[in-house]
Design a protein. Structure first.
Length: 316
C-alpha cells in the first residue's frame, strides 16, 4: 500500500466519523440545535488534531528524537500556569478570562517567549546529548505545574472552578468564536511548515550534514519552535492539554508510513491525529456513555507507549 493510498484512507475515515458526529440522530425538529453544537465541536477536533500532529512531528524532526514533543517539554503546563496566574491576579471575571480572543493572545505570547528561551538554551548546549534538552523541558514542566498548584491552593472555590475547566481536555465546552478565529492562523502556520518539508527531510541526515548542504540550522530551528508553540497554543486553547497524544501519533505515523519524506509524513500525522480524536471521542460518547474521557484514555495508552519506547531503546 502506497503512502498516497494510506493518506486517502485516513481522509475517508475522518470524513466518515465527522459525518457520524454531525448527522447522527438529526431530525427535522432538532437539527438546528444539534448542528449549532456539533459543527463547532467537530471543527475544534479537526483543528486540534492538525495542530498537534503538525507541531509534534516538526518538533521531533528538529530535535532528532522520537520522545520529544511540545507537550512533554512543558508547553501544556505553561498554558495552564498562564490561566492560573490570570485568574489569581485579575480574577475570574476579568477580560483576560471572559474574552476568549484576549486569553488566547496572552497564552500565545507566553508560549512564544518560552520557545525563544528553549531555542537559546538548545544551541548553547548543542554539543551535549539531546537528553539534556529533554531534562530541561521536564524541569520546566514540573516547575510550571508546581507554580500552578501553589496558586490554586490560594484560590477561593469560585475562581478554582474557572481554572478547573482548563485543566483537562474537553470537547464539550468549546469557544465557538475562537474555533472559527483560529482557522486562518492554523492554515497560515500549516502552509508555512509544509513549505519547509524539503529542509526537514535534510534534518534527518543530522545537523552537521544538513549544515554542509546549506541549511541554516539556527534559523530553521527557531522558526519551527515558534510555529510549534502557536500550534500547541491553538490545540490547548480549544480542546485542553493532552500530554502524550503527540508522542503517540508521531511514532505511529513513523511506524505506518515508513517514509522519510515530510510531505507525506506531515499530512499523514495530521490526518491520523484527526482520525484518532474523532473516532475516540465517538466511542467515548456512544459506546462508553461519557463514563470516561478521551484524554484519560490517551494519556494512559500514550504513557505506556512512552515507557515501551524507552525500554526497547528505539529512541533515535
Amino acid at each position: 500500500m502506497t503512502d498516497k493510498t494510506k493518506i486517502l484512507m485516513m481522509v475517508t475515515l475522518s470524513l466518515l466519523f465527522a459525518g457520524l458526529f454531525i448527522g447522527y440522530g438529526l431530525t427535522a425538529d432538532n437539527y438546528e440545535y444539534f448542528l449549532s453544537r456539533r459543527i463547532p465541536k467537530v471543527a475544534a477536533i479537526i483543528i486540534g488534531g492538525f495542530a498537534i500532529g503538525m507541531s509534534s512531528f516538526c518538533f521531533q524532526t528538529i530535535t532528532n528524537n522520537r520522545i520529544l514533543t511540545p507537550s512533554i517539554m512543558g508547553f501544556d503546563s505553561l498554558y495552564l500556569l498562564v490561566q492560573v496566574l490570570v485568574v489569581a491576579l485579575f480574577g475570574s471575571f476579568s477580560i483576560f478570562i471572559m474574552n476568549a480572543f484576549v486569553n488566547f493572545t496572552v497564552s500565545v505570547l507566553f508560549m512564544l517567549a518560552f520557545s525563544l528561551l528553549l531555542f537559546v538554551l538548545y544551541f548553547r548546549y548543542s554539543s551535549s546529548n539531546i537528553i539534556s534538552l529533554l531534562l530541561l523541558g521536564v524541569i520546566f514542566g514540573q516547575l510550571f505545574q508546581s507554580l500552578s498548584s501553589f496558586f490554586i491552593m490560594m484560590m477561593d472555590p469560585d475562581e478554582f472552578a474557572t481554572v478547573q475547566a482548563n485543566m483537562f481536555a474537553s470537547f464539550n465546552n468549546i469557544h465557538t468564536d475562537l474555533v472559527y478565529w483560529t482557522i486562518p492562523i492554523l492554515v497560515v502556520v500549516t502552509i508555512y511548515l509544509f513549505r519547509l518539508h524539503r529542509t526537514l527531510d535534510v534534518y534527518l541526515l543530522d545537523q552537521d550534514n544538513a549544515t554542509s548542504l546549506g541549511v541554516d540550522i539556527k534559523r530553521t530551528t527557531r522558526t519551527v519552535l515558534l510555529l510549534s508553540s502557536v500550534l500547541i497554543a491553538i490545540s490547548t486553547a480549544l480542546i485542553g492539554p493532552i500530554m502524550f497524544f503527540g508522542l503517540l501519533i508521531t511514532n505511529l505515523t513513523r511506524e505506518w508510513f515508513r517514509s522519510y519524506q515530510h510531505r507525506y509524513l506531515l499530512i499523514g500525522c495530521s490526518l491520523m491525529s484527526v482520525c484518532t480524536l474523532l473516532s475516540g471521542q465517538w466511542l467515548v460518547e456512544k459506546a462508553f456513555g461519557f463514563e470516561t474521557t478521551l484524554s484519560v484514555i490517551i494519556n494512559f495508552v500514550g504513557g505506556l507507549y512512552f515507557l515501551t519506547l524507552l525500554l526497547r531503546n528505539k529512541v533515535t
